[in-house]
Design a binder for this molecule. Structure first.
Ligand SMILES: CC(C)(COP(=O)(O)OP(=O)(O)OC[C@H]1O[C@@H](n2cnc3c(N)ncnc32)[C@H](O)[C@@H]1OP(=O)(O)O)[C@@H](O)C(=O)NCCC(=O)NCCS
Length: 168
């Protein structure tokens, strides 16, 4: 499993193989934040094609409930794997790569938010050592391909993993 930080030339392949629901590409926005030094946009590759992605947001989760609980703990955001490639370890590999980057920056912990209805993803994160620290409402909006602005408010739990210096 090859995992790399997104490059400008990967955006076309990402939009082709892992398209966004929004009119504006999520991939371009994540790459822009990486270029600005706010995040690292990790891509997992299978046979030369992007199979999944995860954005590590170094400034942490913006939700006030989460910031009260964990401050600017870095957040793994935008984690997804192509539907036909799930349950093959790609999501876990992306999470481990994000943890390694955080260890490389000598950060003590990393977190991620999970929708309260996404029990399978929550079970995976628990297996990987993540523990719940705060409940919050994730508010976000996008413009769909028909030009309609869609506002979302998802009930989520923020989970944190303490990072040992040597991995694990
Ligand atoms: C959650 C997700 C990123 C996990 O990636 P993955 O490559 O399937 O993860 P792994 O193969 O490393 O681990 C799979 C495990 O995760 C769990 N899981 C969570 N959501 C799942 C899904 N939609 N399909 C299959 N397994 C899922 C299962 O318990 C599975 O266990 P198994 O391998 O014993 O069957 C991926 O399933 C996905 O993209 N889901 C849709 C988007 C999403 O929910 N993102 C997470 C937002 S917090």
């Amino acid at each position: 499993m090859k995992i790399t930080a997104c490059r400008a030339e990967d955006l076309v392949l990402l939009d082709e193989h892992l398209p966004s629901a929004s009119a504006d590409s999520h991939h371009a926005a994540r790459f822009g934040r990486q270029e600005a030094g706010e995040s690292t946009y990790l891509l997992a590759w299978r046979d030369g094609v992007p199979a999944g992605h995860a954005e590590v947001r170094w400034n942490g989760c913006a939700a006030p409930e989460v910031r009260r609980a964990v401050g600017a703990c870095p957040e793994i955001n935008g984690l997804a794997v192509a539907g036909h490639l799930r349950s093959q370890g790609i999501g876990s590999a992306l999470i481990r790569a994000a943890e390694d980057l955080a260890r490389g920056r000598r950060l003590p912990a990393i977190g991620l938010g999970v929708d309260e209805s996404n029990t399978r993803a929550a079970a995976l994160y628990e297996r990987l050592g993540y523990r719940p620290v705060a409940r919050y409402v994730d508010r976000w909006a996008y413009v769909d391909r028909g030009g309609l602005r869609v506002e979302c408010a998802d009930s989520c739990t923020f989970l944190v993993k303490e990072l040992a210096a040597s991995g694990g």
